[in-house]
Design a protein around this ligand. Structure first.
Ligand SMILES: [Ca+2]
Length: 358
């Protein structure tokens, strides 16, 4: 064993340690830190199926630094963008949960508003589903990782607990991931088409603003702002420009910013319209999943952390209305819905990783 102060020893076999190929089926990170241990090979990139859980009232790791490990896992290969990932990844963001209540020993801290019993229950539900789905191959349990609302529909987790989840399948085709360049008017290769943003305020930006800011991620994406009903962000697809293949879900991640156009603790909404050039059909975002106002991560200092929600829209919703989903020509984000429960037509949302998926 090296002594403290010795140079770092790589675990790649070159110094007699490793490489360790444990053949893991999945890695579950519970409110993890990042960078307290610094691997000599650079920041850790999880190469297995990856699931991360974190609470918004985590005083110990209040900034949700593990979100960056989620973004780094199974990234787009820009040189080969249709390459399958080696696994899936999933994220659960729990409003009001803290660090300590994930075990039964550590005391209370951090002003959590989810009780220890409730938090242990969330952990049991998720770890059970992961074990059932991955170790016992009962894949229906993995649907929980794709949509947290299943847990509330089944009565496993009580409804008042506010959750946000993300999911990325190992098979996905990105329509727009915002990593390839800073040109706002084109989709991501190999998708061929154009993006019309003449009607709305759109900014592409790094989603890493620092630990004490609204966004603390490791990706690039869009901030979309509107101040009147009818604004739209429109992805036009050339004929044959999007190979649907066997994909059966249109997915993306989106979430409210801390911009004053949103109203504190109110849900946002918008309309997603898909057209084959002849017919179109629309789905309301809030019929898929709620878009929560960002959580206060450092109560009472008022830092709001935006964590996006994955929306997964089955293509059959459009096919059932006569849309030729094998020839999608337009995907329109139409901002024609008021802030939920109000008559206020304005808002500010982040968008990233618009994709076809399973
Ligand atoms: Ca991105």
């Amino acid at each position: 064993m090296p002594n403290l102060g010795d140079p770092a020893v790589p675990l790649d076999g070159s110094r007699g340690l490793g490489p360790y190929h444990f053949n893991l089926k999945a890695v579950v990170a519970i409110a993890p830190t990042e960078n307290q241990y610094q691997p000599v090979g650079g920041r850790v990139v999880v190469k297995d199926n990856y699931i991360i859980l974190h609470g918004s009232r985590d005083g110990d790791v209040s900034d949700f630094q593990g979100y960056q490990t989620y973004d780094r896992a199974h990234p787009i290969d820009l040189g080969n963008p249709t390459q399958e990932a080696k696994g899936f990844k999933s994220l659960l963001w729990i409003y009001g949960a803290n660090h300590n209540f994930f075990n039964s020993i550590w005391g209370q801290d951090d002003n959590p508003f989810v009780s220890r019993v409730e938090q242990e229950n969330i952990a049991k539900v998720y770890f059970s589903a992961i074990a059932q789905g991955i170790l016992l191959r009962r894949s229906q349990y993995l649907n929980l990782l794709k949509d947290f609302q299943l847990s509330q529909q089944r009565g496993w987790i009580p409804n008042p607990i506010r959750l946000v989840n993300q999911y990325q399948d190992y098979q996905r085709l990105f329509i727009a991931h915002y990593e390839e360049d800073s040109v706002l008017t084109t989709p991501s290769p190999p998708v061929v088409g154009s993006i019309d943003l003449s009607n709305i305020t759109v900014q592409e930006l790094s989603f890493n603003q620092g630990a004490n800011k609204n966004l603390y991620q490791q990706t690039r994406g869009l901030k979309v702002d509107w101040d009147a009903s009818g604004r739209r962000y429109m992805i036009n697809i050339n004929p044959g420009g999007l190979a649907i293949g066997k994909f059966h879900v249109l997915a993306l991640r989106t979430g409210q910013s801390n911009d004053a156009k949103n109203l504190v603790d109110q849900l946002q909404n918008f309309t997603l319209m898909v057209s084959d050039g002849i017919r179109s059909h629309s789905v309301k975002a809030d019929s898929i999943a709620p878009l929560l106002y960002p959580a206060d991560i450092n109560f009472p200092s008022g830092i709001r952390r935006s964590v996006m929600q994955t929306l997964r829209i089955p293509l059959r919703l459009f096919a059932e209305q006569g849309i030729d989903v094998r020839n999608i020509r337009q995907i329109i984000f139409l901002f024609d819905e008021p802030i939920v429960g109000t008559t206020t037509y304005r808002g500010s949302l982040y968008f990233d990783e618009i994709q076809l998926s399973h």
